[in-house]
Design a protein around this ligand. Structure first.
Ligand code: AMP
Ligand code: ZN
Length: 489
């Protein structure tokens, strides 16, 4: 379907035609959450971008094998869990893994094919470290094993770090460090008093963060695969080190295309707990007035290589845009079966589909893709209002909107609306906003309860809504609601 797809490859810094290793199949690895805390909306920006990429590849006819790791052991999980054993560490990280999966579902992100956990792939990591020692790329020091970056001439190619600044033989134990201190990094860390560790062939200890992704990607995607993603903060040192480890050990190219999304900031500032501008998805939803898929719309609608400035004003605009899609679907649904208008919708559809596909195929140019969709809505709406579109035409338009949403995943819904049009029974003037937003808040609270597997609370809310005359229906496209009785004036 469509023409050539092009992506900006961080490796080389150019736009390139996308050609997978195996025709028709894409092997995709995306760095997953470090589960020492709940994800924040910046993390979700990265995961939503990766979801858009994956959905678009599928839409373009590729099969996609997607692996996302779960980093459940590294510096931060050990620090924050204060775990003394692997079992304690796993207990600590379990709740953050659950939270990640629940929020992923709220944001309608398609699950990866696999979520390998670092703690369950220690043998693969040890194998890789052994190879690096045997090939002379790694050395032992005080019970730890380090990668000698001087032994790997291609070091620095991805991030273009300045290798002149480094002090030969300097090494660091921290998983994350600044570009200013380019140094040998730990592949395997000697056990520390009171910290979890594994007894292995290369000695007791725990893996460094970077070796985890090298080992797990090779295990599930092979030594060479197509696309590797993450946020720009992952480029150095994480991805630079992944390349060094994998290519030094395997002697083949690690990844063909590196795609990195830019950061999400809040009101132009870096998100930080100390600044009070640090948001989790739940924090955003708790303020009311929007649902998780409005947040998704906002995250998806800014080009992934641009900085995304999160503001509640921008979120409101995202909600309005998504609602415009929902309203359009509602209008299409209202076209009666006997409608036999003659307005040709095919040319409009062909233009919209071409624009949508060409936009996304051009390094996921979402602005162009969305412009094609909204132009269609703008052009079709007057025809619909004038009753010039046949039922068959309306169905074709609706099918296209479904196709679009297979990629965007924002589930615009004619049923969830503040306008009170649902079920034909509009609320009395003056009460609409209060009543409707109350209903919406309850529906969202119930979705959160369901995501947290709190089915008791979820059922209670269903009861409360029924008492307000609202009946809920859980469909594969999300929750729909109807009025059983018109609201009291
Ligand atoms: P972490 O859990 O810190 O390893 O991060 C998980 C993913 O979120 C990685 O791909 C990061 O690059 C990405 N990420 C972290 N912070 C942000 C941010 N503010 N904006 C966009 N992506 C981010
Ligand atoms: Zn990684």
């Amino acid at each position: 379907m469509g023409g050539m797809i092009r992506f900006h490859n961080t490796l080389g810094g150019r736009i390139e035609d996308f050609v997978p290793l195996e025709p028709g199949r894409v092997r995709l690895y995306t760095c997953g959450p470090t589960v020492y805390d709940f994800p924040h909306i910046g993390n979700w920006r990265a995961y939503v971008f990766e979801d858009l990429l994956k959905r678009f590849l599928k839409y373009s006819g590729f099969g996609v094998t997607h692996v996302m790791n779960i980093t459940d052991v590294e510096d931060k999980t050990i620090r924050d869990s204060k775990a003394r054993t692997v079992e304690e560490l796993k207990r600590y990280t379990a709740k953050y893994i659950d939270a990640f999966m629940a929020e992923r579902d709220l944001l309608n992100i398609q699950p990866a094919d696999r979520y390998p956990r670092a703690t369950e792939h220690i043998p693969e990591m040890v194998g890789l470290v052994k190879t690096l020692l045997a090939k002379g790329f790694a050395y032992r020091k005080d019970g730890s094993v380090y990668f000698a970056i001087d032994k790997f001439p291609a070091y620095g190619r991805l991030s273009r770090v300045n290798l002149e600044e480094r002090r030969p033989g300097s090494r660091g134990d921290a998983d994350e460090y600044e570009k200013e201190s380019v140094h040998d990094f730990a592949l395997w860390k000697a056990p520390k008093e009171g910290e979890p560790f594994w007894e292995t062939e290369i000695g007791p200890g725990r893996p460094g963060w970077h070796i985890e992704c090298s080992a797990m990607s090779a295990r599930y995607l092979g030594r060479t695969f197509d696309i590797h993603c993450g946020g720009v903060d992952n480029i150095f040192p994480h991805h630079e080190n992944e390349i060094a480890q994998s290519e030094a050990a395997n002697g083949v190219k690690f990844v063909n295309y590196w795609l990195h999304c830019h950061h999400l900031v809040v009101n132009g500032q870096k998100m930080a707990k100390s600044k009070g501008n640090f948001y989790r998805l739940a924090d955003v939803l708790a303020r009311g007035g929007c649902d998780a898929l409005d947040v998704r719309y906002l995250l998806v609608s800014t080009h992934y290589r641009k900085m995304l400035d999160f503001t509640f004003e921008a979120l409101k605009q995202a909600r309005t845009a998504r609602q415009r899609m929902g309203d359009f679907l509602g209008t299409l649904g209202d076209v009666p079966p006997e409608a036999a208008g003659q307005a040709p919708v095919e040319p409009l559809l062909a233009t919209a589909r071409a624009g949508f596909t060409a936009g996304l195929g051009d390094d996921l140019n979402i602005a162009e893709a969305l412009a094609a969709v909204f132009t269609l809505i703008k052009d079709a709406n007057p025809l619909l209002v004038q009753g010039r579109v046949s039922k068959a035409g309306a169905d074709k338009l609706a099918a296209f909107m479904g196709e679009v949403d297979g990629v965007l995943g924002v589930r615009p819904s004619p049923a969830v609306s503040l306008s009170g049009k649902i079920g034909g029974a509009g609320p009395a003037a003056g009460t609409a906003d209060v009543l409707e937003s109350g209903i919406r808040a309850k529906i969202e609270e119930r979705q959160r309860a369901r995501a947290a597997r709190d089915f008791k609370r979820s059922d209670e809310i269903r009861g409360e809504l029924l008492a307000m005359g609202i009946i809920l229906e859980d469909t594969k496209d999300g929750v729909r609601w109807k009025r059983v009785v018109p609201p009291k004036p």
